[in-house]
Design a protein around this ligand. Structure first.
Ligand SMILES: Cc1ncc(COP(=O)(O)O)c(C=O)c1O
Length: 396
């Protein structure tokens, strides 16, 4: 889900997260602020603000714990600049660059990492090129390609829900002249699974020379396994790698819109003309505070993993298989179609993720507060009977 400011704006339009974006004409998607905005509006539905507030919001992979005090304090101190064009911006670009050991010329800010994904699309797909990636993944990349009259090559996930990276490398080489860039969402949304570092290495080393590789690390901060590694070192090696990061998840700033790309200088220069350069002063200060507050980031990670472990253990004990996630969301296998289930949850004031074809018997659940996760489990047990588990293989 989501990228544009309107994504988080309160719009209404509860078609209960049921429609598929691909059925919407691209002009309409464009006019409404992009496909992710449409999806979020539908997911949120026609609710009054009071109804929205009452909902357990487990649909959009937000951070329901909210920004930490240090971030709120920094943003509040920046209100005095809101009437300005030129103002002290907390040196946000330098702070991000220092954090990753790169130079400011390697950083491009976006209004959320969603803007970065769009900018990559516009930079490398215009003229009808294709993005190659897995399916399902973060669909916004493919929807943006369609919207700008470009296209995508989507390689289905394997039966175990992992990426078929060998197949993707093979296709990228076979069809190199058609492809504008390679998209890798790591960890992947909606499955929550990582792409192991050895596979990322194989991708970087075996794609056609110079093919840009967009590695979307929106959920980087929640990963807890040594098999995973950020791709930023490849940028330092001068590979054509663009890493996208966001403050929407770990920092709890989704509605404030801040993300960035880390990439080689030449790539940033190619992308910069397509960026809106419209980041607000409050979030620049909030972003700086978030990067500097490692303890607050660790606290959020810990809370999310605690809730995720508790809820997924309860689901497994109740007889339902869960894909082992490394993110702030997970997928549970329902054994029946997800679409009507989403509505059943909504009636119990719990918002859950939309369908992710072709995984139409899986439900994506974002991790919320302890109270929200309790409400989710109560609703789940009302909607689904306890089962004797047939398998204990993740997600089967
Ligand atoms: C994989 C992935 N990438 C990017 C984004 C965009 O997030 P934002 O634009 O809020 O940074 C999301 C949002 O849910 C996401 O799941």
């Amino acid at each position: 889900m989501g990228k544009h400011v309107s994504r988080r704006g309160f719009m209404g339009g509860m078609a209960a997260a049921v429609g598929y974006l691909s059925t919407r004409p691209s002009a309409e998607l464009w006019a409404q602020g992009g496909p992710a905005a449409v999806a979020a509006q539908r997911a949120r539905g026609r609710m009054t603000p009071e109804q929205y507030d009452r909902m357990a919001k487990l649909a959009n992979n937000e951070n329901n714990f909210g920004p930490p005090d240090s971030v709120m304090k920094a943003m509040n101190a920046a209100w005095k600049y809101v009437g300005r064009y030129g103002y002290p911006d907390g040196d946000i670009v330098q702070v991000i660059a220092d954090h990753h050991g790169v130079k400011p010329e390697n950083i491009l800010l976006g209004a959320g990492s969603g803007e970065i994904l769009d900018v990559v699309g516009t930079t490398y797909l215009l003229g009808g090129k294709k993005a190659i990636g897995c399916d399902p993944s973060y669909g916004s990349v493919y929807q943006h390609a369609t919207a700008i009259k470009a296209d995508s090559i989507r390689v289905p996930l394997k039966a175990d829900h992992n990426l078929d990276t060998s197949k993707m490398i093979e296709l990228a080489n076979q069809r190199a002249s058609e492809i504008g860039f390679y998209y890798l969402c790591n960890p992947n949304n909606p499955t929550g699974l990582i792409v192991p570092k050895q596979e990322v290495k194989a991708i970087v080393e075996n794609l056609p020379k110079g093919m840009p590789i967009l590695i979307d690390e929106a959920y980087h901060h929640f990963v807890n396994t040594a098999d995973y590694e950020t791709a930023i070192p490849y940028v330092l090696e001068g590979r054509p790698v663009i890493v996208a990061r966001t403050f929407s998840k770990i920092a709890g700033l989704a509605a404030m819109r801040l993300g960035y790309a880390v990439a080689p200088r030449e790539i940033i220069q190619q992308m910069r003309p397509f960026a809106m350069n419209s980041i607000n002063v409050l979030v620049k200060h909030g972003g700086v505070a978030s990067i500097k507050d490692a303890a607050a980031q660790a606290d959020v990670k810990n809370k999310i993993i605690t809730q995720r472990t508790k809820t997924t253990n309860e689901l497994k004990a109740y007889g339902y298989d869960v894909i082992p996630s490394e993110t702030n969301f997970f997928m549970v296998h329902l054994g029946r179609q997800v679409q009507p289930v989403i509505e059943e949850f909504r009636q119990r004031e719990v918002l859950v993720g939309r369908p992710f074809p072709p995984m139409l018997e899986h439900l994506r659940v974002s991790i919320g507060t302890p109270e929200e996760m309790d409400r989710f489990m109560v609703a789940f047990k009302q909607i689904f009977p306890a089962k004797t588990r047939q398998t204990n293989v993740a997600g089967q």
